[in-house]
Ligand binder design. Structure first.
Ligand SMILES: NC(=O)c1ccc[n+]([C@@H]2O[C@H](COP(=O)([O-])OP(=O)(O)OC[C@H]3O[C@@H](n4cnc5c(N)ncnc54)[C@H](O)[C@@H]3O)[C@@H](O)[C@H]2O)c1
Length: 310
């Protein structure tokens, strides 16, 4: 039995994209910890095409079989009206909304010179617009309640990921969105945080649309998949259950007061990301023009230690 500060008993949660992978693990764990769960999933393929309402229903049955309470919803988070119906499902079924986990995701990887407008729009629509749609409908209810927890799902892909311009843009947009929603809603006792998860046991894993093997092949061909010191290999295989544990923890009272932050989880590693800061800067009273900028001394100060182009 978990201590009180970790209990989610009586809380009402929505998990989007909860029919598979990370979302499914999150819904199962929240249900096990006592939350009543709206299991949302469109039930499409990894590109976000197709629909199968049975996918969400199956997870509902798993939660119920473990003694929990859950209902299914098959709307798309990419639709503003669909998102309203997802939130309505929580209110109609359980009378309130305490937890919103924005997890639904698709992937359409293409190198930028081959990336179609349709593939750009489809990925932005599910990840970034989907987060907005859900938060926009949940926020008035949580504001009225004077409480709530929102968790958005980013990705390390946002740091720079070969062939994932649409996905990276959406995911990094979600991090900025999270920081601002945290500022908008914090004074109403609503906290909004983000995660950058890793789970190799999901459909989107590794190659994020291409499967683990495809991801490893891409990394071997084009080098490290992200910038900085993040390699795609984890010390241990990354599993969805571990991501779910962090999300459940962020939902508990134990994490009250933590707002606008981004956490890492996967492969045995849990962490807190820094927020971007100006690394160095120089001030010039009369402002900067091309000649003033192109001085050896400024160039070497600002970018002299950067040697990587790709
Ligand atoms: N697996 C990883 O290593 C990893 C890494 C970084 C980020 N993520 C993110 O974690 C989240 C879950 O990914 P996953 O690996 O479990 O993938 P997954 O494909 O197993 O699960 C995603 C679920 O979202 C659902 N979905 C897609 N479009 C939807 C829509 N419009 N409305 C409702 N549901 C929709 C799918 O049907 C699917 O069940 C995604 O946001 C993904 O981008 C995953």
């Amino acid at each position: 039995m978990s201590p009180d500060r970790l209990s989610l008993a009586g809380k009402v949660a929505i998990v989007t994209g909860a029919g598979n992978g990370i979302g499914r693990a999150e819904a199962l764990l929240l249900g096990r910890e006592g939350a009543k769960v709206v299991v949302n999933d469109l039930g499409g393929d990894t590109k976000g095409e197709g629909a199968d309402r049975g996918v969400a229903q199956k997870v509902v049955q798993e939660i119920q079989a473990a003694g929990g309470t859950a209902v299914a919803n098959g709307d798309s988070v990419a639709s503003y009206e669909g998102a309203a119906r997802i939130v309505e499902t929580a209110i109609k079924s359980f009378g309130r909304l305490d937890i919103l986990v924005n997890n639904a995701g698709n992937a359409r990887p293409r190198v930028i010179y081959n990336l179609s407008e349709e593939d750009w729009d489809a990925v932005i629509a599910v990840h970034l617009k989907g987060c907005f749609n859900m938060v926009r409908h949940a926020a008035p209810i949580m504001r009225e309640q004077r409480s709530g927890v929102i968790i958005n799902t980013g990705s390390e892909s946002g740091l720079g990921h070969f062939g994932q311009a649409n996905y990276s843009a959406a995911k990094e947009g979600i991090i900025g969105f999270t920081r601002t929603v945290a500022r908008d809603l914090g004074r109403f006792n609503i906290r909004c945080n983000a995660i950058r998860p890793r789970a190799l046991d999901t459909r989107l894993a590794g190659g994020e649309g291409g499967g683990v093997e495809a991801g490893i092949k891409l990394a071997q061909t084009f080098g490290n998949h992200v910038l900085g010191n993040r390699s795609m290999h984890t010390p241990r295989p990354a599993k969805a259950e571990e991501v779910a544990a962090l999300v459940a923890w962020l939902c508990t009272d134990s994490m009250a007061g933590i707002n606008g932050r981004t956490f890492q989880i996967g492969g045995g590693e849990v962490g807190l990301w820094s927020e971007p800061e100006l690394v160095k800067s120089s001030f010039r009273e009369q402002g900067w023009d091309l000649d003033a900028l192109d001085q050896d001394v400024l160039r070497s100060f600002l970018v002299g230690d950067i040697i990587e182009n790709k």
